[in-house]
Design a protein around this ligand. Structure first.
Ligand code: NAD
Ligand code: UDX
Length: 480
């Protein structure tokens, strides 16, 4: 029986290994992590991450050919294939701080593999890493001086949160990069055989190591660029009376462009896009390509602009002051169908509103109060460095209430803003909400989930990203 061990039981390691175990009953899969609470949760009824369809898959395989353990060294030692799916955050200090990937976690995993291995192994980069990381990892592994052979493969993961199980079951492609040597090709074949249990052969792409590593950064940069493009258009739509939904639909009908990933929003979030683009920017700079670096940097700048623009619009609409006003925040996760808040635009929007002294009442169906308070009191880029967690700031705690109901959040509020596109926000009783709010009552829809005209008929003043502005909003001072 082939034995797989995955280091890192996070959003990628957990679901990916669950699907491998589910589709390959002849393979034993053990997911290991240094975090005791995380492994305990994977072994419990309440999994550590919320992902539609994940519970069923885990329950079907756990204890049969899928195991979760903190005994990292034992399972690495016994494995034929070791996936490394640890976090690769943005560096917060030192050379390349704020841009470069911090490979501390990766390097320590590689050193541990070198130390504990007693037999040859295939080591698979599952984490998103800078191009050429495999070269450094190879050096760490091959200098173990024990004569053990390691083959490094790059097998980046393209799943999106909220749809991870579907993405893993029906991937657009699986990408495997390896050395162009006979041993490298043999390793590629061994990993291909795993995926071939359920992925059609023509969808398993094989490349050299550097192409596979770079393709992952490139794919995320392209996806994020589409969102920044449509968000840039949303600002122009508001200035001209065009409707961004109509523009995006018309543009996306061009088969060369396609309809996906053209939803204007308050800004993209999530653990990947910003981190991976910053990483790409850093690599370009290090390779003497400042123009290319500048080009990709602009994708992040527009994203920051979009979040600032949203906050400025809220403040200017509400008579230029939100001091001590109650604002209801509907949605805190970075997208629907996940409880993940990493780099969610809600953090920047809430911090902006708190900076203007608003009182916030926040509701998200999947995010806990602890998580929200932690996010709002943490420094930028610290979220992915568990050891650097900042203590909560008492000011933030006082101005923020977290509630478990949209009606409670909006009661007596001056304005409500929608920051995550949860389906339930489309069908709320907005008449009831309006009746219980201060007047004039404002809706700021950062995800274009509500029907603006229906809400206007109820009496709300409505701002929707990239849509023609209400007379009220037009009369307010221009926003930056
Ligand atoms: P995560 O933070 O959820 O999980 C990483 C896990 O690795 C943590 O549980 C941590 O405790 C563990 N870990 C760190 N160092 C370890 C060590 N030395 N030994 C054992 N365990 C260790 O991160 P994630 O979201 O799963 O992302 C992992 C990687 O995959 C990142 O490089 C990310 O860029 C990439 N990625 C993420 C997504 C996504 O949607 N989240 C998608 C594609 C790729
Ligand atoms: C992304 C990539 O899609 C995935 O392939 C990669 O493996 C990891 O990074 P993820 O971050 O989980 O996945 O979610 P995604 O669906 O890409 O959304 C990212 C952000 O962009 C979210 O905040 C989402 O709301 C936003 N978004 C997405 C938009 O604002 N508009 C869109 O049209 C699409």
């Amino acid at each position: 029986m082939v034995k797989i061990c995955c280091i890192g039981a996070g959003y990628v390691g957990g679901p990916t290994m669950a699907i491998i175990a589910y589709k390959c009953p002849d393979i034993e899969v053990v997911v290991v992590d240094i975090s005791l609470p995380r492994i305990a949760a994977w072994n419990s009824e309440q999994l550590p991450i919320y992902e539609p369809g994940l519970d069923g898959v885990v329950k079907q395989c756990r204890g049969k050919n899928l195991f979760f353990s903190t005994d990292v060294e034992k399972h690495v030692c016994e494995a034929d294939i070791v996936f490394v799916s640890v976090n690769t955050p943005t560096k917060t200090r030192g050379l390349g701080a704020g841009k470069a990937a911090d490979l501390t976690y990766w390097e320590s995993a590689a050193r541990m593999i070198a130390d504990v291995s007693k037999s040859s192994k295939i080591v698979v980069e599952k984490s998103t890493v800078p191009v050429k990381t495999a070269e450094a990892i190879e050096k760490i592994l091959t200098h173990n001086s024990k004569g053990i052979k390691f083959q490094i493969l790059s097998n980046p993961e393209f799943l999106a949160e909220g749809t991870a199980i579907q993405d893993l079951l029906n991937p657009d492609r699986v990408l495997i990069g390896g050395r162009e040597t006979p041993e490298g090709q043999e390793a590629i074949k061994a990993l291909k055989d795993v995926y071939a249990h359920w992925v059609p052969e023509e969808q398993i792409l094989t490349t050299n190591l550097w192409s596979a590593e770079l393709s992952k950064l490139a794919a995320n940069a392209f996806l994020a660029q589409r969102i920044s493009s449509v968000n840039a258009m949303s600002a122009l739509c508001e200035a001209t009376g065009a409707d961004v939904t109509q523009v995006a639909y018309a543009v996306g009908k061009d088969s060369r462009i396609g309809p996906k990933f053209l939803n204007a929003s308050v800004g993209f979030g999530g653990s990947c896009f910003q981190k991976d683009i910053l990483n790409l920017v850093y690599i370009c700079e290090c390779n003497g390509l400042p123009e290319v670096a500048e080009y990709w940097k602009q994708v992040i700048r527009i994203n920051d602009y979009q979040k600032n623009r949203f906050v400025n619009r809220m403040v200017s609409s509400m008579f230029n002051t939100i001091s001590n006003k109650k604002i209801a925040i509907l949605g805190f996760a970075f997208k629907k169908d996940t409880g993940d808040t990493r780099e969610t635009p809600a953090i920047d929007v809430c911090k902006g509103l708190l900076g203007d002294k608003a009182r916030l009442s926040i509701y998200d169906p999947q995010v806990t109060e602890d998580q929200i308070q932690r996010d709002l009191s943490m420094k930028k880029f610290d979220w992915d460095h568990p050891l650097h967690l900042q203590p909560m700031s008492p000011t933030t705690v006082k101005q923020v209430a977290v509630v478990w109901d949209a009606y409670e959040a909006t009661k007596d509020a001056h304005g409500l803003c929608i920051l995550t596109e949860w389906d339930e926000f489309k069908t709320l009783d907005y008449k009831r909400i309006y009746d219980n709010m201060q007047k004039p009552a404002f809706v700021f829809d950062g995800r274009n989930v509500v029907n603006g005209d229906e809400l206007r008929n109820i009496g709300f003043i409505v701002y929707s990203i990239g849509k023609p502005l209400d007379a009220w909003l037009k009369d307010m001072p221009a926003v930056a």
